[in-house]
Design a binder for this molecule. Structure first.
Ligand SMILES: [Zn+2]
Length: 653
């Protein structure tokens, strides 16, 4: 009894001491939580257009009551992997080591300028991400399908769908799998007319389909496709009716079905039948990328639905752009291909939404981080047709494509709305993005230029001859050149020769013209401008290029023309200071000033600022600044004193 009493007194005393030392208000209300959603590739001008039309109601709410930047500066290069590495760590690519979606392989002494690795690899990230500092501060973290989510947090739950992708999405049609009279099927499903069979493969699995005329379906002729894992009606995995594509088509997708990946392990895919001719002569069946479930704590998701455990992650952009969903609008189509593509996007968004909804409801979290690859994926498809400044712009095509792109943004806004329903008054909600988008229509074969000048040499089979090569535009297309320096395997440029090679490259690139237009508008040397621009470093480039709007680099070695036209599309990766590369950052919630328009914001400022709002240490390698202008100050002091603020060691812009 007495001991009890003493313990309670001691705890009470400790409580009073802690309460005294913590700023008033915080202790009474509990710590601030945060929900962060990243939209990949959000274009501010398009967002503003949609906000004016009232088509992004959730983002509008967030902006209205929060702090908002629409010209946030991305990483250099403004690619997705460097962008997210910088967003989460508060450090530029020079420090994170993530200089592209693929990065030169290290150590330099063991690998040539031609060797590279996947830049989305957590093991290559050299800076601490925000969720790791939250984790160390004892906060619970949930990260769903976010680039670089995963290894660096001990107690968090990480969904890592993008790492589980083990194959490509695809279509099956009457040409690839010609319907034949069905033979040797057992337990054949009922059909008014004799069924037809098809056989097709998804990854390493063979699947068997039957076209049947369902007696309970008034439709004349073949109206149903059943898909089974064997020629047996007892092994049916999906039953599909043909329906035209469009958003709202989610009910027509199959449940996730199991297939074997090429390594023999299990993966899931979804099926969707867009078309089936009543005479059985043709059909169009789409399947999503086979994906393996990758969750850091599988025990926690046992009770979750199959939708949560399966993963899609992207729409059918490659298949759409090949014309395999039908002719695209710019190529004379009437919109069926766009409707189908849009439905694949809406289905992927729905799967992400359901995963997030489940995780928000069933897991404990103080910091919840989510990601969607949209609008980026659709922006790549359509931005090139929406920019009136590009030669060959067709207003009729733009007018027909714009509503589809708006629909993609609207879906991302719906995901935001779903996450916002789980906030309390102690929750900060942030909407961030990694880069903008530019319409391009011309390719510049930088390596062909280098070859012509003798700085790059190839052998008779077109392979790079490292013994005669001084520099190359990295074929991983990160917007930079690599100098074949002697610190690299098979390098030939000694340190004392570097400045001469740089001078020759500068002259060559800056003098190059397309007609009377200078194509390469600036060259930045990582050796002299690395610290100020956040570029270079061990796994970065040597010379970073700035290109004229509308132009992108062709990183291939065997390009025929120095300048070639291409079908317009959307591209990013350019100098982050280009207006087209700027993007969004919105913060809303406790401690955030409402209606604040932010200026001079960089991606690297996000993690330090959110850490400050959460009251956790700033990620330890961060060089971005805490955006003090974001903070509402209850005591009327500006800026708010902040014990955890660390001195900045440099800026990336
Ligand atoms: Zn992209």
């Amino acid at each position: 009894m007495k001991l009890w009493y003493r313990r309670i007194t001691a705890s009470l005393l400790l409580f009073l001491v802690i309460a005294w030392s913590v700023p008033s208000g915080v202790f009474a209300q509990g710590p601030v939580k945060a929900i962060v959603l990243a939209w990949d590739g959000a274009v501010p001008a398009f967002v503003h257009e949609m906000l004016r039309l009232g088509k992004l109601p959730n983002l509008a709410k967030l902006i209205e009551g929060g702090a908002f930047a629409d010209d946030a500066t991305p990483a250099f290069p403004s690619l997705t992997a460097p962008g997210f590495a910088s967003l989460w760590t508060g450090a530029p690519p020079r420090i994170t080591g993530i200089s592209g979606n693929r990065v030169p392989r290290l150590p330099r002494s063991q690998f040539t300028i031609l060797e590279n690795r996947d830049g989305f690899n957590n093991a290559l990230l050299r800076a601490e991400p925000l969720w790791a500092s939250a984790d160390h501060a004892g906060r619970r973290v949930v990260v769903t399908h976010v680039p670089f989510g995963g290894d660096k947090s001990e107690h968090g739950v990480h969904f890592q769908g993008y790492r589980g992708i083990v194959g490509r999405d695809g279509i099956v049609n009457g040409r690839a799998a010609k319907p034949q009279p069905a033979r040797s099927w057992e337990n054949v499903p009922a059909s008014v007319i004799p069924p037809l069979e098809i056989t097709f493969n998804i990854a390493a699995s063979t699947l068997y389909g039957l076209l049947v005329d369902d007696p309970s379906d008034p439709q004349q002729g073949y109206d149903t496709l059943v898909v089974a894992s064997a020629r047996d009606g007892r092994e049916i995995k999906a039953q599909q009716k043909p329906r035209p594509g469009g958003s709202g088509g989610e009910p027509y997708w199959s449940q996730p079905i199991q297939v074997k990946a090429n390594d023999g392990r299990e993966a899931t895919t979804y099926l969707r039948l867009f078309e089936l001719k009543p005479d059985g002569s043709d059909f169009l069946l789409f399947f999503t990328r086979p994906t393996r479930e990758i969750i850091s704590r599988p025990d926690l998701v046992h009770g979750a639905s199959r939708t949560v455990k399966a993963f899609i992650g992207n729409g059918a952009s490659a298949i759409y752009s090949q014309g395999a969903l039908g002719p695209t609008l710019p190529n004379g189509g009437a919109g069926a291909a766009e409707s189908r593509y849009l439905e694949t996007i809406s289905f992927a968004q729905r799967q992400l939404t359901e995963t997030n909804r489940w995780a928000l409801e069933h897991l404990s979290w103080d910091l919840f981080v989510a990601y969607t690859p949209f609008p980026d994926e659709a922006e790549h498809m359509w931005r090139g047709f929406l920019e009136p400044s590009l030669p060959g712009f067709r207003a009729d095509v733009a007018d027909r494509l714009r509503p589809y792109l708006q629909e993609v943004y609207r879906m991302s806004d719906e995901l935001l709305g779903c996450l916002m329903t789980y906030r309390t008054e102690r929750t900060v909600v942030a909407l961030i993005s990694d880069h903008g988008m530019e319409g391009t229509y011309k390719l510049v074969a930088i390596n062909k230029l280098l070859q012509a000048s003798g700085l790059l040499a190839t052998d008779q089979r077109g392979r790079v001859d490292l013994a005669r090569t001084k520099a190359i535009y990295a074929t991983i297309n990160n917007g930079y050149l690599l100098i074949n320096s002697t610190d690299r395997k098979d390098g030939i440029v000694p340190p004392e020769e570097r400045s001469d090679v740089v001078r020759r490259l500068r002259e060559l690139l800056l003098e190059f013209h397309d007609g009377d237009r200078q194509v390469v508008t600036a060259v930045y040397d990582a050796q002299t401008e690395g610290d100020s621009k956040g570029i270079g470093g061990e796994s970065g480039g040597d010379l970073y290029l700035d290109l004229l709007p509308g132009y992108e680099a062709d990183s291939r070695l065997g390009a025929v023309e120095l300048i070639a036209k291409r079908e317009p599309h959307g591209m990013h990766g350019f100098n982050p200071h280009k207006p087209s590369m700027r993007t969004l950052m919105v913060l809303n919630g406790p401690g955030v000033r409402s209606g604040e328009r932010l200026r001079d914001v960089r991606l690297i400022d996000f993690a330090p600022t959110l850490a400050e709002l959460l009251g956790i240490p700033i990620p330890k390698n961060a060089t971005g600044r805490v955006l003090h202008e974001v903070f509402a100050d209850p005591r009327g002091q500006e800026p708010r004193p902040s014990p955890s603020l660390q001195p900045s060691t440099g800026h990336g812009s």
